[in-house]
Design a binder for this molecule. Structure first.
Ligand code: PRP
Ligand code: URA
Length: 208
């Protein structure tokens, strides 16, 4: 499945600020939510519409409202949570799920510690948020958790992606479109995206 790079000037500008090591937690959090909201415009471009008629103060107008499957936003904790906070402002009726994963610092393999998903996830269009697609281990595991619960329509939204992570998700989940703001060069020996933006969770929450 394809990779969509959403490189709108507003996104590129905010991404530059996100990458800057001088950007503190408060701004980092806000920027990440804003970039996610902007990316959602593109990720949700193919949502179904139905035609309706509304009465304006002047005349009847043909108009269009969202129809089709309802939506679910699922955050990979911790850092994906801020992405959902941005996107849910656009689609407030969406249900929200959470998948808790962290990367083992030695093996870089994802360790699952939490999962709470809408019961009807199998009937919804799912947007999975994981801001850093590095080795792709966390995203691939989260996608498998969603599929095991019956989800069939899933897009992965990542603010930054490494070629290695894209390759892994495409290999293990070829049905899933990846939407990202940028594809970076590579991973370093510690599994960080280069040039990247550092540890997203730590920068959001001020932890280390
Ligand atoms: C980060 C990031 C992704 C994951 C990506 O989470 O938010 O979920 O790493 O790496 P991968 O593609 O190699 O799996 P982290 O494990 O640091 O947890 P945190 O969000 O709780 O800080
Ligand atoms: N997780 C992050 O937060 N940053 C990276 O560069 C890789 C994984």
């Amino acid at each position: 499945m394809k990779v969509t790079v959403v490189d709108h000037p507003l996104i590129q500008h905010k991404l530059a600020l996100l990458r800057d090591e001088r950007t503190g937690s408060k701004d980092f959090r806000e920027l990440m939510a804003e970039v996610s909201m902007l990316m959602a415009y593109e990720a949700m471009r193919d949502l179904e519409l139905e035609e309706i008629t509304v009465k304006t103060p002047v005349a009847y107008a043909r108009a269009y409202t969202l129809s089709g499957k309802k939506l679910a936003l699922v955050a990979v904790l911790r850092a994906g949570l801020v992405m959902v906070e941005g996107i849910v402002r656009l689609v407030p009726a969406a249900k929200v799920g959470h998948i808790g994963l962290y990367r083992d610092p030695e093996s870089l393999a994802p360790v699952e510690y939490y999962a709470k998903l809408p019961q009807d996830i199998h009937e919804r269009r799912v947007f999975l948020t994981d801001p850093m697609l590095a080795t792709g281990g966390s995203a691939a595991r989260a996608l498998q958790i969603l599929k095991d619960k019956g989800a069939t329509s899933i897009k992965l939204m990542s603010i930054l992606a490494a070629p290695e992570g894209i390759e892994r998700v495409q290999r293990e989940h070829p049905d899933v479109e990846i939407v990202t703001a940028a594809v970076d060069e590579r991973l370093n020996e510690k599994g960080y995206i280069v040039p990247g933006l550092g540890d997203a969770g730590d920068r959001i929450y001020g932890t280390k």
